[in-house]
Design a protein around this ligand. Structure first.
Ligand code: PGA
Length: 248
């Protein structure tokens, strides 16, 4: 049984003081233990959140990681460093990183392989851009992203990965994929996993939808059969809105 999982992606928003204030407010509002929740915050806010959410069941995630264990990589953060401070999740391959920071399917694959042995759960983002959808190539693109991300990863590790289907044209645009479009792609991703592994493993993988999820559309999205959760950007910055999404 897959437990619904809703994660916030703060991107490059909130200072430590703002993160601490959010944590106080959100802890008051978070009651629903049937839904797993996490906040993926900037690196400098992670420790604050880990401490603030201790004992609440609310998870904390990073938004990126370097794929080497250590080394001369100025400005980078390793999986071990995240593990040491108690981080639970790490977003990998977000479209903004693919678009602005040279993230490729190969680096995404390396990052999954670095994270999995540490116990940090990767939230792997995949999704097509508008031109690809308009050309009817969305399944081909997403299939390729998934296959390359999981290259060389054993099924027992693969089943731990959370996948977030985020059509790039729906991120931060206010333009949500229709629940049916989102559901269809999440179902398609599960068939790709079934081809790569088997139906037992594909059945265990939690697949989220992301892209302009807000309190007003969360219920409809979360009620779709193939959608197990959501990756929420803008609406996760507000404790009340994020809690409303979790209590969809
Ligand atoms: P959004 O962002 O909810 O603001 O569209 C989603 C994401 O980028 O993960």
């Amino acid at each position: 049984m897959r437990i619904p999982f809703i994660a916030g992606n703060w991107k490059m928003y909130k200072t430590s003081a703002e993160a601490a204030a959010f944590a106080v407010a959100f802890k008051e509002l978070y009651h629903d233990t049937d839904v797993k929740a996490a906040i993926c915050a900037p690196f400098t806010q992670l420790e604050t959140l880990v401490k603030a959410f201790e004992g609440t069941g609310i998870g904390v995630g990073a938004q990126n990681v370097h794929f080497e264990k250590e080394g001369a990589y100025t400005g980078e953060i390793s999986a071990g460093m995240l593990q040491e401070i108690g981080v639970d999740y790490c977003i990998v391959g977000h479209s903004e990183r693919r678009q602005y920071f040279g993230e490729t399917d190969e680096t995404v694959n390396c990052k999954l392989k670095t994270l999995l042995p540490t116990g940090i759960i990767p939230i792997l983002c995949v999704g097509e851009v508008l031109e690809e959808r308009e050309a009817g190539r969305e399944q081909e693109v997403v299939r390729s992203q998934v296959m390359k991300a999981f290259e060389g990863i054993e099924g027992t590790d693969a089943e731990k990965v959370v996948i977030a289907y985020e059509p790039v044209w729906a991120i931060g645009t206010g333009r949500t994929a229709s629940p049916q479009q989102a559901n269809d792609m999440c179902g398609f991703i599960r068939t790709v996993l079934e081809d790569l592994y088997d139906d037992v493993i594909s059945d265990r993988v939690v697949i989220q939808y992301g892209g302009s999820v807000k309190p007003e559309n969360a219920t409809e999205i979360m009620n779709m059969e193939e959608i197990d959760g959501a990756l929420v950007g803008g609406a996760s910055l507000d404790a009340l809105k994020f809690s409303e999404i979790i209590n969809f």
